[in-house]
Design a protein around this ligand. Structure first.
Ligand code: SME
Length: 152
């Protein structure tokens, strides 16, 4: 069945307006996305540290990762923090600047959370499917990050 991205976005809007903490809202968002989008196998947030030199792992849903701190510029996550632009890697074996988390991961999308053009955090999604990401994921996740930017 085709994913109803509009409905998922509405649910995230409701989370954001709920008055719950930032951590609760981000975790609920991770669960919602992983449970409802077939090709999302690990969903998590990396949050810019106060010194702005590294990313700290925030709420996530999926297998635990040892990559709890990522320097700016390193890996796909670090590149997005540096360039402030969404990045899709349809085949991680072809990406030179990549930090491997699990042998099952085939592809990845990382989308920045921006406020007034400043990078604050990012959503990182790993997939076990080869080349699954389309413009629908780009548009949906960009809208999700816009909604979540209100929390920062
Ligand atoms: N693959 C990421 C590292 C984070 S894990 O996917 C959870 C990267 O290259 O930055």
């Amino acid at each position: 069945m085709k994913t109803d991205y509009t409905k998922l976005l509405q649910k995230i809007e409701i989370f954001v307006a709920s008055g719950a903490t930032q951590g609760e809202i981000l975790l609920n968002t991770c669960k919602l996305l992983k449970d409802n989008v077939y090709h999302y196998d690990w969903v998590g947030f990396y949050i810019l540290d106060e010194q702005k030199s590294k990313l700290n792992l925030g709420p996530y849903f999926g297998k635990p990762t040892e990559h709890t701190v990522i320097p700016i510029g390193k890996g796909v996550c670090g590149q997005v923090a540096e360039n402030k632009k969404l990045k899709i890697v349809q085949d991680v074996s072809q990406e030179g600047n990549y930090i491997a988390c699990s042998i099952d991961v085939q592809s990845e999308i990382v989308v920045p959370v921006l406020k007034d053009g400043n990078f604050l955090a990012e959503i990182d999604i790993d997939s076990h499917s080869p080349a699954p990401f389309t413009v629908d994921d780009e548009n949906f996740l960009t809208a999700v990050c816009q909604k979540l930017s209100l929390l920062f």
